[in-house]
Write a protein that binds this ligand. Structure first.
Ligand code: MN
Length: 256
């Protein structure tokens, strides 16, 4: 009897120690001349949501990415430069296109594809959302002002990063709606590109008032969610409006 009790206590201890382990969230990085890093806003948001952030240096080596994916429990894809339209969705670049970083394009797209394939939860933010769409066959508006008919909203705001300047309407029944539990929100906006044709197996889950895609997600159970705005701009400054988004990622990651 004593032995049985002892083994039950042992099992419970092991189970609870696993349950308490904070999930590791890999963060896609930007390479500069002499460093590989990610803004602290992302790092601190993951920490606030109960995850352990781990910045992943840019690489195009599939084996290296596969090894990293054995360690991390979830992924945050960060914002950044414009994605090469010619290479990734077969369009000639229009003149307002910004900087292209080929190595980062390849890294982001490999990382997302491999993470999703492995069943890991992925949160894509801004460029990260766009890379998510392109990784699964979608396309982008290379430049909203010159390409989106009827656009009137300022998507490149001149306001603090934790200040929402334009409205989004969140689709009923979407993961995003369930997670945030709000129909509309005022979001920050720092983009001149946006999702055009949504990737197969994904759906649009939020729009701005001028019809620009502000969020997408993969259909089905897996947490593969992309947002065009910057929730980390709010969360890292102590505004909890979008904290549930990071918490949902961490919760899904904890299952791995
Ligand atoms: Mn916007």
């Amino acid at each position: 009897m004593k032995k049985i009790l002892l083994s039950i206590v042992l099992i419970l201890t092991v189970v609870s120690s696993y349950a308490q382990k904070k999930p590791i969230i890999g963060v896609s990085s930007t390479e500069t001349e002499n460093s590989a890093g990610a803004p602290l806003t992302y790092i601190n948001s993951i920490k606030r949501a109960g995850g352990v952030p781990l910045v992943i240096p840019t690489t195009n080596d599939k084996d290296e990415i596969a090894r990293i994916l054995e360690i991390v429990d979830g992924i945050v894809m960060t914002g950044g430069e414009d994605i090469d339209p010619l290479k990734w969705f077969g369009e000639e670049p229009v003149r307002p296109m910004g900087t292209i970083v080929p190595k980062r394009d390849e890294f982001d797209i490999l990382l997302i594809r491999m993470a999703v394939e492995k069943g890991l939860p992925v949160l894509g933010i801004c460029r990260g959302e766009q890379a998510m769409n392109v990784a699964f066959g979608g396309s982008l508006y290379q430049d909203i002002p010159s390409q989106v008919k009827g656009t009137f909203v300022k998507h490149s705001q001149s306001a603090p990063r934790n200040y929402g300047t334009h409205t989004i309407e969140i689709e009923k029944g979407s993961k995003l709606r369930k997670i945030l539990n709000i129909e509309t929100a005022a979001v920050n906006s720092y983009h001149h590109q946006a999702v055009k044709d949504v990737a197969k197996g994904f759906k649009v889950t939020a729009l701005s008032k001028d019809g620009v895609v502000e969020a997408i997600e993969k259909e089905g159970k897996q947490f593969v969610v992309g947002v065009q705005f910057h929730p980390e701009g709010f969360v890292s400054m102590g505004d909890d409006t979008f904290l549930p988004l990071f918490e949902a990622l961490v919760k899904e990651a904890a299952k791995n």
